[in-house]
Design a protein around this ligand. Structure first.
Ligand code: HAM
Length: 430
């Protein structure tokens, strides 16, 4: 993403909110196309959600005592209604809100996906932005560990499709409500005994949300956290069975994983399975994809009880990882750059460009006039495969001259309708 540039006096983009310039835009398009095909191959259907929601939605779902809700939301009061609104920091809450509001959950289980910008007021750095993009997947109405496994298996497949390597999968289980309550009590007891070692944030969270203390990145607390009680020890049989069945499928399909008992996720709605895909290639912001099960959220938001599971990947991070792995998809160049000069040629050029596009070719029609020489420079720079040249000579007999730009070959002349099959069948030089 283009974040920094030469200083120009004038209006700049908001800090942490980048532009995607055309060069990169083509890579984004390529990624989005692959992602859409991938999601459809697993039977997921698109849902489009608003960028603004009532603040209460995120407070109730992500949790009041979390970094996102306490520090990172873009929240403002609507001038007319007086309502508190928030730019969405994530998509799960909105997706479930929409499913409840439109009674989707009564029509049977739903496999849904969304893509788009999310907003978090974090300290910007490489891989961490204030406006970033996610592709998110939510499967609602599925209680079993099979859907949890589907989410992991499908992300593993996406990495292969994108040519990404060097990612590892960490998994954990947070158990059901009863296990979490037991664990919470153990944690509070442990941290109370070590209250002197807690930083200010953690002291504040000790009774409100002790699990969040485990999220702390403060190196001074690392020792304390590594000795903390483990949630795995408080799990009941049902939770262990769910977790074991989930792992069985991963082993069956051959997805490697590591169990990280300290993985708790930064949002409160999770229970049972949680997972993160991490890479060492992106420095501190190495989580490229994360998610898990959130069986209690529908009810918490006023819907009927609905077990659900999902994940989201950070598009900027995935694209950066593709680049780091040398897997960046090349932008697909146009087939034709169409040069034209002279009154009759200009008019004929318009017709030819439309005719070629109708036949399925990608055509850049030169705009802005200029000599053939200067137009040819632009044709070269566009990386198009062929220059189609129309002067008044050609226009008079309704033909075009064609010059291969990226492979050896002589210039030739044809009628426009003869061109598409010729161009389509010419082998590209590597
Ligand atoms: P999350 O872990 O907060 O989960 O975000 C998911 C992914 O979004 C992260 O792994 C990361 O790749 C990307 N991401 C998060 N914050 C930033 C940022 N400031 N800049 C760049 N990328 C970022 C969720 O959002 C859950 N809604 C995922 C989920 C869906 N769970 C169940 N369903």
């Amino acid at each position: 993403m283009a974040r920094k540039g030469r200083f120009v006096s004038g209006i700049q983009a908001v800090r942490g909110m980048g532009d995607v310039l055309p060069e990169e835009g083509a890579r984004w398009d390529g990624f989005e196309q692959t992602a859409r095909d991938w999601l459809e191959a697993y039977g997921y259907r698109p849902i489009r959600l608003p960028l603004l929601e009532k603040t209460e939605l995120f407070v109730r779902s992500i949790g009041e005592v979390t970094d996102i809700v306490e520090k990172e939301m873009y929240t403002f009061t609507d001038r007319l209604s007086g309502e508190s609104l928030t730019l969405r920091p994530e998509g799960t809450a909105s997706c479930l809100r929409a499913a409840i509001q439109h009674n989707l959950l009564y029509a049977g289980p739903q496999r849904l996906y969304y893509a788009g910008p999310m907003f978090r007021h974090e300290r910007p750095q490489k891989g961490r932005y204030r406006q970033f993009h996610q592709v998110g997947v939510e499967a609602m109405g599925y209680p079993g560990p099979d859907v949890d496994a589907e989410h992991v298996v499908m992300t593993a497949r996406l990495w292969r499709l994108l040519g990404i390597g060097d990612v590892t999968l960490e998994i954990n289980t947070l158990g059901g409500a009863a296990a979490r309550a037991r664990y919470r009590a153990h944690l509070v007891h442990y941290f109370e005994r070590h209250a002197g070692e807690l930083d200010e944030d953690s002291r504040r969270r000790l009774h409100a949300n002790p699990l969040r203390i485990l999220d702390s990145k403060n190196p001074a607390m690392a020792g304390l956290l590594s000795e903390a009680p483990r949630l795995l020890d408080d799990l009941d049989e049902e939770a262990l069975k769910h977790f074991e069945e989930f792992q069985e499928i991963l082993r069956e399909v051959g997805v490697e994983y590591v169990i990280n008992p300290r993985l708790v996720r930064g949002l409160d709605y999770y229970n049972h399975t949680v997972f993160e895909w991490l890479t060492p290639r992106l420095g501190a912001q190495g989580t490229v994809c994360a998610g898990g099960r959130y069986d209690g959220l529908a009810e918490q938001l006023g819907g009927k009880p609905t077990p659900a599971c999902g994940f989201a990947l950070g598009v900027e991070r995935v694209l950066a990882l593709m680049e780091a792995c040398g897997a960046a998809a090349p932008a697909l160049p146009a087939d034709v750059y169409l040069l034209h000069q002279g009154e009759a040629a200009d008019r004929f050029g318009w017709r030819v460009a439309e005719q070629l596009r109708q036949a399925g070719l990608k055509v850049i029609l030169h705009a802005g006039g200029g000599s053939f020489k200067s137009q040819m420079k632009k044709a070269d720079a566009s990386l198009a495969r062929f220059a189609v040249i129309i002067g008044d000579d050609e226009a008079q007999v309704e033909e075009v001259s064609v010059k291969p730009l990226r492979q050896a070959g002589e210039q030739f002349r044809v009628r426009p309708e003869e061109l598409p099959p010729l161009i389509k069948h010419r082998p590209e030089r590597a």
